[in-house]
Design a protein around this ligand. Structure first.
Ligand SMILES: Nc1ncnc2c1ncn2[C@@H]1O[C@H](COP(=O)(O)OP(=O)(O)OP(=O)(O)O)[C@@H](O)[C@H]1O
Length: 247
């Protein structure tokens, strides 16, 4: 088996940008079916490998393509060019309570989410107490999740995803929502998770968090890979770049 959990090979992703959005109906009819659009490449020709057991961060300025690449890794988007190979079972947690059904209770959502992430009912049942305990949702577990605070939503979603024990966990800023205590608990969980040979890929805007949590980093700049490798080295380069640009 390869030592790489994930292989990103010359991945590019484009979006169609439509012009003249505010035109009149008459102008649109006159122009017929032709619409004026151009391609915008949000991710361009990016290649790297994520070693098994790494906590791998994606960094870069706003709009550099981090979320787009993360969505490709989570299979929410498909690259227009290149390929992504996942060596193992992957689970992703990209939006607050993604995959949660608002009308269902926390309990029902844990079972639903667990099964979406590939666990049997029995497997979810055996981890249920631990999932609830970690989330801190407590007695609210039988309330519809539409009544949860955003913090409760995220904590429960994160708790399900991490207890499903995927080989590769793809997360987006989830820890930004939790409070300090939950962040610490989650970081410890990540350490435990990666020690058992599992891999975490995350996006965060906090360089301090990247330094603290990640051992490998990819830096994206205008959709292209600016640097990849050891977290300290790459974050230093990125910081120097930001300082030079005066931001
Ligand atoms: N669905 C879409 N349609 C058109 N353009 C998009 C779409 N999604 C993202 N983009 C554009 O692609 C570029 C990269 O966006 P992306 O969200 O991946 O960046 P990011 O690095 O995650 O930014 P941020 O740090 O602000 O979250 C941006 O210019 C964005 O406007």
């Amino acid at each position: 088996m390869s030592d790489s959990a994930v292989i990103v090979d010359r991945v590019s992703k484009k979006f169609r940008m439509y012009k003249e959005r505010n035109q009149s109906l008459k102008a649109a009819i006159m122009r017929g079916k032709k619409s004026i659009a151009e391609d915008f490449w949000a991710v361009q020709d990016v290649s790297f490998e994520v070693p098994r057991g790494a906590t791998f961060g994606l960094i870069g300025r706003n709009g550099s393509g981090k979320s787009t690449l993360l969505k490709c890794l989570a299979r929410i988007l498909h690259p227009d060019r290149g390929s992504i190979t996942m060596n193992g079972k992957a689970a992703s947690l990209l939006e607050v309570g993604s995959g949660f059904h608002p009308e269902l209770s926390g309990r029902e959502n844990v079972f639903l989410n667990g099964s979406i992430l590939g666990l049997s009912k029995k497997e979810v049942a055996s981890r249920f107490d631990e999932i609830v305990e970690f989330s801190g949702v407590g007695k609210f577990i039988d309330q519809p999740v539409k009544n949860y605070s955003s913090g409760m939503y995220v904590r429960l979603g994160f708790s399900v995803a991490i207890h499903v024990q995927p080989d590769i966990l793809v997360v987006d800023e989830v820890l930004a929502v939790g409070d300090g205590a939950f962040k610490k608990k989650s970081q410890n969980k990540f350490v435990e998770f990666t020690k058992s040979g599992r891999t975490v890929i995350l996006v965060t805007h906090s360089l301090a968090q990247v330094r603290e949590m990640c051992n490998q980093v990819a830096w994206l700049d205008q959709g292209r890979l600016a640097a990849v490798g050891d977290a300290d080295e790459v974050t230093q380069k990125y910081q120097a770049h930001l300082d030079a640009a005066g931001s």
